[in-house]
Design a protein around this ligand. Structure first.
Ligand SMILES: CC(C)(COP(=O)(O)OP(=O)(O)OC[C@H]1O[C@@H](n2cnc3c(N)ncnc32)[C@H](O)[C@@H]1OP(=O)(O)O)[C@@H](O)C(=O)NCCC(=O)NCCS
Length: 202
């Protein structure tokens, strides 16, 4: 697999404050059969899946992967994309699930599976780009998500992208060695548009 030397160098040399990625050339693209090995590796990495939302059931093994991808390509209620660095290295996925076209709403899930690329801005970039597509191209009005209430990095990303907390599901998930609350968050089309243009509505 092609390695992103920039990501690798940062992970080794500057672990505490990773260098921000140049996100101008990052991209979302369609998932391909060649991505399945990476997806399987990520979902079998306990550090990656510790807080993973149940919004999307990723395939646990290679044999499930092709069926999963095929079902995804026919789904009217899921849109999942691969996340690539500017160097065209596959590092994660982001998607909208449980799409309700009449209600114009969907649930967002994101995973940066390559851990050496955490805290470099890719997660925030991918969520923002997914929101842009959801609101501008798919004409959704509300995008929501579920996140473990102690998942600091994810909550920080979602806040930065305009999500607001809208409720807590108490003792809703088993994380590590105990039960944790789930925070529900959402962002509306007009809030996202205002945030992108620098105008705050809240
Ligand atoms: C959560 C996740 C998507 C974040 O992606 P990322 O590429 O690291 O995100 P970014 O680099 O854009 O932003 C991370 C932010 O969280 C902050 N952060 C990191 N660890 C933190 C912590 N423990 N508490 C609070 N903030 C934290 C970073 O400083 C950064 O904020 P800043 O840009 O203001 O400095 C990624 O870690 C991931 O995919 N994890 C595994 C799967 C997962 O948990 N998905 C989310 C399920 S709800």
């Amino acid at each position: 697999m092609q390695r992103d030397t920039a990501c690798s160098r940062v992970a080794g040399a500057d672990r505490v404050r990773p260098r921000r990625a140049n996100l101008l050339e990052a991209r979302l693209r369609a998932l391909e059969p060649g991505d399945i090995d990476s997806l399987i590796r990520w979902v079998n990495d306990a550090a990656v899946t510790l807080y993973l939302s149940q919004a999307v059931a990723y395939p646990p093994s290679g044999s499930d992967g092709f069926r999963w991808l095929e079902e995804l390509s026919r789904s009217h209620t899921d849109r999942v994309f691969a996340i690539e660095t500017p160097e065209r290295r596959l590092i994660g996925s982001v998607g909208l699930h449980a799409i309700r076209w009449v209600d114009r709403k969907a649930e967002l899930a994101v995973m940066i599976g390559e851990r050496d690329c955490w805290n470099r801005g890719f997660g925030s970039w991918a969520v923002r780009e997914m929101l842009r597509r959801g609101f501008e191209e798919m004409s959704l009005r509300r995008i929501y998500l579920r996140v473990a209430s102690d998942h600091g990095a994810a909550i920080r990303v979602y806040r930065k992208c305009g999500f607001q907390p809208e409720g807590v599901l108490r003792k809703d998930r088993y994380v590590g060695r105990g039960y944790a609350d789930t925070l529900m968050m959402s962002v509306l089309k007009e809030e996202f548009a205002a945030g992108e243009s620098g105008v705050r509505t809240v």
